[in-house]
Every structure is written in structure tokens, then in C-alpha cells.
Design a protein around this ligand. Structure first.
Ligand SMILES: [Zn+2]
Length: 189
């Protein structure tokens, strides 16, 4: 269902979709699940051994990760030319500061944002480094969430003029059309 995002941005899309509103699934239900998910995505700096790379995570880590995920979702909703709710940017900013994201000069004319913090903070920092890079290359604005309240699924808008609204026109687009149709017919009663 719906297009993957290019390169590492797909990891950010997967993070937002760890909550599946439509099916009522929460993949990050416990700190342990968060740790395993971050390691499995290669966000802990050791992609070879996801089993041993899982960072220690506590209740506060989980709370901050969920807060960050929902702030990211708010950004993706704002990509439909909607205003960004207050505090959403500040949540990303706070997470970047906790991760101590730092510009590193990695090769000739090449920089990279890397977290100095370890653990969950560092892993979330790597996620934000992907976001920062995608803002620069223009792919970030194409990452959106479906505006249907019952869906909110993150998808990549690969349309030529960046005009896609629904995660899947056949499902949510049609649902919205049906709802709009019902509302119109009710108004005519
Ligand atoms: Zn949808």
C-alpha cells in the first residue's frame, strides 16, 4: 500500500507508520519494542548485529519517541499546505538537541549530521539527520500522511506536481468521496 520513500527517508516513513490507526496496531508498545525497532532499522550505529545493538530503553525514552513520532506526523500532515501545529517543530528541535546532532566532515566536500549521544537519543537523532538531509534535497515535503482521521498513514507523494492527497485513492480517496457525497445529499434533504 502506497509508494515507499527514496533511500533512508523510507525509515522515517516506517517510524511514523509504527502506529497503524486503521488497524489499531501499535508496534512501539513497550520500551523493549522501541529498542528492537530502532536497532532493526540500523539507527543504533551497528547495522550488522541488530540483536546486540538494541539500546537500553526506559519509559521516558518511549514517551519521547512517541512524542517525536506524532510531531513528525504533524509535519507530514502540514505538507498538505496546512499550518504546522504549535510545538511540533520544537519537539524535533528538542530531540535533535538531546541527540547532540553535530556536523561532521566525512570526506572531500562532504558533511554528515551525526549524533554524539548514544542509546535511544542517538538513534532518534539519526532519524532526524535523515529528515534534515531530506529537507535539503527536497524529498521531505513529499512525505505526507493521509488526512483521513481513520488512516493517517505516511506515504511518499511521487506525483509530478506534488498534489497527492490520499495514501491510496482507491481506499481513502473513495471513502472521502462517499462521505462528501453523503453530506451533500443530507444537506439537500
Ligand atoms: Zn489513507
Amino acid at each position: 500500500m502506497s509508494n515507499p520513500a527514496p533511500g533512508p527517508l523510507e525509515t522515517v516513513r516506517s517510524f511514523v507508520n509504527t502506529r497503524d490507526v486503521d488497524d489499531g496496531v501499535e508496534l512501539l508498545g513497550t520500551p523493549g519494542e522501541l529498542a528492537v525497532w530502532l536497532a532493526g532499522q540500523g539507527l543504533t550505529g551497528d547495522t550488522a548485529r541488530a540483536d546486540v545493538a538494541a539500546p537500553r530503553a526506559g519509559a521516558a525514552d518511549l514517551r519521547r519517541a512517541i512524542e517525536l513520532r506524532e510531531a513528525l506526523r504533524a509535519h507530514l500532515l502540514a505538507h498538505h499546505d496546512q499550518p504546522l501545529p504549535g510545538g511540533a517543530a520544537a519537539t524535533l528541535d528538542a530531540a535533535a538537541r538531546r541527540a547532540r546532532l553535530t556536523v561532521r566532515f566525512t570526506a572531500l566536500d562532504q558533511t554528515d549530521l551525526q549524533p554524539e549521544a548514544g542509546g535511544v537519543d542517538g538513534a532518534l537523532g539519526r532519524l532526524l539527520a535523515i529528515v534534515a538531509h531530506a529537507i535539503e534535497d527536497g524529498t521531505w515535503q513529499r512525505l505526507k500522511v493521509c488526512p483521513a482521521d481513520t488512516c493517517q498513514w505516511a506515504f511518499y507523494d511521487a506525483s509530478r506536481n506534488r498534489s497527492a492527497v490520499w495514501c491510496d485513492m482507491r481506499v481513502c480517496g473513495n471513502r472521502a468521496k462517499v462521505r462528501g457525497f453523503r453530506e451533500r445529499t443530507r444537506a439537500n434533504d
